[in-house]
Design a protein around this ligand. Structure first.
Ligand code: LMR
Length: 395
């Protein structure tokens, strides 16, 4: 029955983790998938999560279906976390939210909703972007195009090219942006640049789709929302896809959200009805556990404080590893990798060619994504010298 099928290629990121698991080399290092690891190389379950789970277990809730759009409390917390508790968007009711299975699920629901709303629109992604973006958008029936973003010569954002690129996108098309911790480059625009980006997007009449997967991993929970805040203007309409995989360490619980901000509350009600249709025909209604944990933490002042502390600890370690990696690689290679220090979040491009990436994997059992992306949160200080010597050996 299936003889006509060709095998699909392995996933650009998760496929490498499968290959890593199968590698018998005892010195193997996995810097591929965006998962935080501590100084011991372990992905911790946050203490606030363990405590929230203990409370949820003690409360013995039921297992009936959640509403199609998820836990109502959770939607409120997502809005407050994204925009700030006192924000006009939270108070006015001019947004609709659905709980989604991870940030990827939020992107897929958002993409299907947009394809129905604007059947001819294309979606524009940054060059480069998360390798799964094109696949998710195409699976929802949207054609994908790209706009300039990264300047390999400086390791930063090519801001003029980005603005020119946005201004050349046809009105009515969708533009996907990363409000913080750009994946894969780690290069973010400055806050005043975000305002110019939002100006260009709105002047051009584009539909902003903000992929907000790393809030709190750059400079802080509110600081990392500055890119998003640039889009919050009276009556302005945009979509936000949030993920709590990283900042709550809830990866496998698949917990994310899509918030569609509309010009007024009646429009939000219409959008909400459409989002629920998209969810119902895909996975009917969302899984409960991850969202219940996030709600439990964010609705309790003590647990929330604990979460911010633990998140701050992860962020400090990431930023520390970023600096140490940039300096050690510069020292071991004799080349300038200081641009890595200026990045934010878990990822940076190293600028290695695909051939060098392959040699690194084959000769050194060091796994990085083929676009040269490394996850600095997968590094430890005691192995940094060794890691950078081995990377330098393929340069
Ligand atoms: C990543 O980019 O590594 C993460 O977003 C995990 C994933 O699903 O690819």
């Amino acid at each position: 029955m299936f003889e006509h099928l060709e095998p699909a290629p392995p996933d650009a990121i998760l496929g490498l983790t499968e290959a890593f698991r199968a590698d018998p080399n005892p010195r193997k290092v996995n810097l591929t998938v965006g998962v935080y690891r501590d100084e011991r190389g372990v992905t911790p379950v946050l203490e606030c999560v363990t405590e929230a789970e203990r409370r949820l277990a003690a409360a013995a809730g039921d297992k009936t279906y959640l509403p199609i759009d998820g836990l109502p409390d959770y939607a409120r917390h997502v809005r407050e976390l994204s925009f700030g508790a006192d924000h006009e968007i939270v108070a006015s009711g001019r947004s609709s939210a659905v709980q989604a299975p991870g940030g990827t699920g939020a992107l897929r629901v958002g993409a299907e909703f947009l394809r129905q709303a604007f059947p001819k629109a294309r979606v524009w992604v940054s060059t480069p972007t998360w390798p799964n973006h094109p696949g998710v958008f195409q699976a929802a029936g949207l054609a994908v195009e790209s706009y300039p973003y990264y300047d390999a010569a400086t390791g930063g954002v090519d801001f003029e090219a980005l603005l020119d690129g946005l201004r050349a996108i046809p009105a009515g098309d969708i533009v996907c942006l990363h409000p913080c911790c750009h994946n894969p480059t780690g290069a973010d625009p400055a806050p005043q640049e975000w305002r110019q980006i939002a100006d260009a997007v709105y002047e051009r009449g584009l539909v902003p789709l903000l992929d907000f997967a790393y809030q709190g991993f750059g400079d802080g929970v509110r600081e990392d929302a500055r890119g998003l805040e640039a889009f919050c203007r009276p009556q302005a309409e945009f979509l936000v896809c949030s993920s709590f995989s990283k900042n709550f360490g809830l990866y496998r619980e698949r917990v994310g959200a899509l918030v569609v901000v509309t010009k007024d509350a009646p429009t939000a009600a219409v959008v909400s009805s459409r989002l629920k249709r998209v969810v119902r025909v895909n996975y009917s209604n969302p899984p409960s556990h991850g969202a219940a944990v996030v709600s439990e933490i964010l609705s309790d002042a003590g647990l929330r404080r604990e979460w911010e502390l633990e998140l701050g600890g992860m962020r400090n370690r990431i930023n520390g590893m970023r600096t140490l990696f940039a300096r050690t690689l510069t020292e071991k290679s004799g080349r300038d990798f200081s641009f890595i220090e200026r990045g934010r979040g878990m990822f940076s491009l190293t600028g290695l060619s695909p051939e060098q990436v392959d040699r690194l994997r084959i000769e050194q059992a060091i796994y990085i994504v083929r676009d040269s992306r490394v996850n600095v949160a997968g590094m430890t200080s005691d192995t940094m010298d060794d890691l950078c010597e081995r990377i330098a050996s393929v340069l």
